[in-house]
Design a protein around this ligand. Structure first.
Ligand code: GUN
Length: 284
């Protein structure tokens, strides 16, 4: 079997076209959706991610601003800035790019962002609402993964989904969202015994490990849907996923490429959260 490639750029494009129309309608009602990204220090990967987010905002008509702070900024000053943005009625979404310098508490920062503006979906209130299935801002990468699986036309109900990885940003939330879609979900991680034995049972396999090309054909059942969340730069400078794409493309029914799979969807879901937040501002 040769897998169909899930084209994240194409799925993202369709959603962004819809969002562009929604932004126009929101602007017609007197509200311009606004996102503020706070970037502390100059981590090259973070700089690149932030550029991608700002560019995407411009493409759909969202007003965006980057607040840059020195890597030496105090936690108190960063929290004060977030408080100010919480109060600013023109700001619909606040995103503090992670990781932060070691002297700043990620938890304190996330806890300070008002849940109504938490377009990353990282605040404990957002996470709690997601767990119980209330409407809330869903975290962007996990939500994007669900949209990619749905784009194949597959009904997730009753499928065995295996997630490899238990981070708060991807593994745990994507497992919960798959559960909400009525999958039977197994979460594997670095301490899991007999990993391949479990992953070979997956109808849907989500690899969010953060190590280059560790998932091979011994891990995958023929016909499975494989979602590769990894973005790893290897010595040659090439970007690769957590999966051995060339091996799995002969086994899976659908597979996401890296780059061009999950990545474009993460930003798209951020845009969607920001537009939803602005739409709720009209109602207020
Ligand atoms: N760093 C890497 N991914 C993310 C993300 O989704 N949100 C934020 N705020 N920081 C990140």
């Amino acid at each position: 079997m040769t897998a169909m490639i899930i084209d994240g750029k194409e799925v993202a494009k369709t959603i962004r076209e819809r969002l562009t129309q929604e932004v126009k309608m929101i602007i017609d009602r007197g509200v311009t959706p606004g996102l503020v990204v706070v970037l502390v220090g100059n981590n090259p990967a973070s700089e690149s991610y932030v550029r991608g987010k700002i560019k995407a905002c411009g493409e759909v008509g969202i007003r965006s601003e980057v607040i840059r702070m020195e890597a030496t900024v105090s936690e108190a000053e960063l929290l004060q800035t977030i408080e100010r943005l919480n109060q600013d009625p023109e700001v619909d979404g606040i995103l503090v790019q992670l990781p932060l310098p070691a002297h700043i508490s990620e938890k304190a920062v996330i806890d300070t962002i008002h849940p109504d503006k938490d377009v990353d979906g990282f605040h404990p209130v957002s996470v709690g609402n997601m767990v119980i299935g209330n409407e809330t801002f869903l975290p962007c990468t996990p939500h994007g993964i669900i949209e990619l699986i749905k784009s194949t036309g597959t009904d997730i109900t009753g499928k065995h989904a295996v997630v490899i990885g238990r981070s708060n940003i991807v593994g745990k939330p994507v497992a919960l969202l798959l559960l909400q879609e009525n999958a039977t979900v197994t979460i594997c991680h670095s301490r899991t015994a007999s990993l391949a034995e479990i992953t070979r049972q997956a109808d849907i396999l989500v690899a969010a490990i953060g190590k280059p090309q560790v998932i091979g054909k011994e891990h995958v059942k023929p016909g499975a849907i494989v979602i590769d969340v990894g973005v790893n730069r290897i010595e040659t400078g090439k970007l690769v996923g957590d999966c051995k794409f060339d091996e799995l493309v002969d086994i899976a029914s659908y597979i996401t490429p890296v780059p061009g799979g999950v990545g474009p969807m993460t930003i798209t879901m951020l845009l969607q959260n920001t537009v939803r937040s602005a739409a709720s501002r009209i109602a207020r």
